[in-house]
Ligand binder design. Structure first.
Ligand code: PLP
Length: 407
C-alpha cells in the first residue's frame, strides 16, 4: 500500500449534540511530553486534577478521579462496582441514555426496574419516589441531561428521597456538566460520572467520576484482589466486581495514597481533562453556565425565528442543546449533509423514535459563543431555503443578535 500522509482533518465547526470542537488549549495540553507512571510530576498532576474536579462537581468527596475511557466507561465503572448481581436498580427512562443505563445494569447482573415517560418530558420527583417505594432498589440510576431528547431531569429533590429510603443515588451528567447547574454534595449524590466531549470542551476518552463516602464504603465492602491479579487462596469470586478494568476499588487504590498499580493512567487524556477543568474554573462555574444559557437562548430564539418547531418541554431543556422538528418536505439527512459539505458545520439528528424527525443543535463548551451561534443560524437559513422551506431572510441571525443585545 502507499503510506498515507500525516493526519489532516477538514475544518469543522461541531455544533451537534457532542462531540464538539475542543478548546484549543486542551489540544495543546494533550500534546505536552509524557512522563512515567509514577513520576512525581505525574502523581502531582493526578492529585491536582482530582482537586480541580472536586470543584467542578461541587463536592468534598475524596474519591473524585478519572476513569480512562469514554463517558460510558465511567457509567459502567459506577454501576458494575456498586451493584452485586441480583441487586435491584431503578432507572427512570426519558431518552436513549436511560436505556443505556438499563442495559449496563442488566449486564452487571442487576434486576432492573424501569419507569418511562414520553420522550421530550422529565419525571416529577414524586413519581420517582413512588417507584422507589414500590421497587425498593439498591440504586437509583438516572440521567441528568439526556441529549437524545435535550431534556434535563431535575435532581435537587432526589438525594433526600434516596437517603430517606436507603437507596444509592447515581447520575450520568455527561451531557449537562459544565453547562447546567450541578451540585454533587448539596443534591446528595452518591455517584456521578461525565465525559469531556460535551460542555467540558475536550475530546471523548476520559470520564470524570465522583463517589460519596457511602458509595466508597459499598465498593470497599466487596471482595478485593489487592494487586489486580488473582492468586490461589484469594476469596471466592462471587462478590468480586465483575470487571478488572472498571473495578473502582482498584482504580481508587491507584489514584489514592497507596498508588497500587492498576492501569497506566492515560497521560495525554489526564492533561486534557485537567485543562478542561482548569478552563472551567478559571472562567468561573457560574460564568460558564451563564455563557451556555445565553448561547442556548440565542440559538433557541434563532431557530424559532426561522420558523422551526422546537421539540420537547422547553422549560426542562438543557441550556446547551436544542432539538427542532425537520420541516415537512425537507430531506433531513441531505440538508444536514449540505450543512457539513458547504459550510463545514456539523449538526445532529437523534435516535430511536426521533431519528430523521429532529435535528439537534448544540452550543457547548468552546462552541457556546456568539459567533458560532450566528454562523450556524446563517448557514441553516441558507440550507433550509435551498431544500425548499420558506424561511424569513435574516430572521434567525437577527433573533439571536437580539438575545445577545439584551444581556
Ligand atoms: C453523549 C452522552 C454519553 C456519551 O457516552 P460516550 O461513551 O462518551 O460516547 C453518555 N451519556 C449521556 C447522557 C450523553 O449525553
Amino acid at each position: 500500500m502507499t503510506i498515507p500522509g500525516s493526519i489532516v482533518p477538514p475544518a469543522r465547526l461541531l455544533m451537534g449534540p457532542g462531540p464538539i470542537s475542543a478548546y484549543p488549549s486542551v489540544l495543546t495540553a494533550m500534546s505536552a511530553p509524557l512522563v512515567g507512571q509514577y513520576d512525581p510530576f505525574m502523581t502531582a498532576t493526578m492529585n491536582e486534577t482530582q482537586e480541580l474536579y472536586r470543584q467542578v462537581w461541587a463536592t468534598t468527596n475524596d474519591a473524585t478521579v478519572l476513569v480512562d475511557g469514554t463517558s460510558r466507561a465511567g457509567i459502567e465503572a459506577a454501576i458494575v462496582s456498586l451493584i452485586r448481581p441480583g441487586d435491584r436498580v431503578l432507572v427512570p427512562v426519558f431518552g436513549r441514555f436511560g436505556h443505556l443505563l438499563t442495559e449496563i445494569a442488566e449486564r452487571a447482573g442487576a434486576e432492573v426496574h424501569k419507569i418511562e415517560t414520553e420522550w421530550g418530558k422529565v419525571f416529577p420527583a414524586s413519581v420517582i419516589e413512588e417507584a422507589i417505594v414500590r421497587v425498593k432498589p439498591t440504586l437509583l440510576a438516572v440521567v441528568q441531561g439526556d441529549t437524545s431528547t435535550t431534556m434535563l431531569q431535575p435532581l435537587d429533590d432526589l438525594g433526600a428521597i434516596c437517603a430517606k429510603h436507603g437507596v444509592l443515588f447515581y447520575t450520568d451528567a455527561t451531557a449537562s456538566l459544565g453547562g447546567n447547574a450541578f451540585e454533587a454534595d448539596a443534591w446528595g449524590l452518591d455517584a456521578a460520572t461525565a465525559g469531556l466531549q460535551k460542555c467540558l470542551g475536550g475530546p471523548s476518552g476520559s470520564s470524570p467520576i465522583t463517589l460519596s463516602e457511602k458509595a466508597v464504603a459499598v465498593i470497599r465492602s466487596r471482595a478485593k484482589i489487592e494487586a489486580g491479579i488473582r492468586e490461589e487462596g484469594d476469596p471466592d469470586a462471587a462478590d468480586f466486581v465483575r470487571s478488572n478494568y472498571f473495578d473502582l476499588g482498584m482504580i481508587l487504590d491507584y489514584w489514592g495514597p497507596r498508588r497500587l498499580n492498576h492501569h497506566t493512567e492515560a497521560t495525554s487524556m489526564l492533561y486534557g481533562s485537567r485543562e478542561c477543568a482548569r478552563l472551567l474554573l478559571a472562567e468561573g462555574r457560574d460564568a460558564v453556565i451563564t455563557r451556555h444559557e445565553i448561547a442556548g437562548a440565542a440559538m433557541l430564539a434563532g431557530v424559532e425565528a426561522l420558523g422551526l418547531q422546537v421539540f420537547g418541554d422547553v422549560a426542562h431543556k438543557m441550556t446547551n442543546v436544542v432539538a427542532v422538528e425537520i420541516p415537512e418536505g425537507v430531506a433531513g439527512d441531505a440538508a444536514r449533509g449540505a450543512m457539513l459539505d458547504d459550510f463545514g458545520i456539523e449538526i445532529g439528528t437523534s435516535f430511536g423514535p426521533l431519528h430523521g424527525r429532529v435535528w439537534r443543535i448544540g452550543t457547548m463548551g468552546y462552541n457556546a459563543r456568539k459567533d458560532t451561534v450566528l454562523t450556524t443560524l446563517a448557514a441553516l437559513e441558507s440550507v433550509l431555503r435551498r431544500f425548499g422551506a420558506s424561511v424569513p431572510a435574516g430572521g434567525g441571525v437577527e433573533a439571536a443578535l437580539d438575545v445577545y443585545a439584551g444581556v
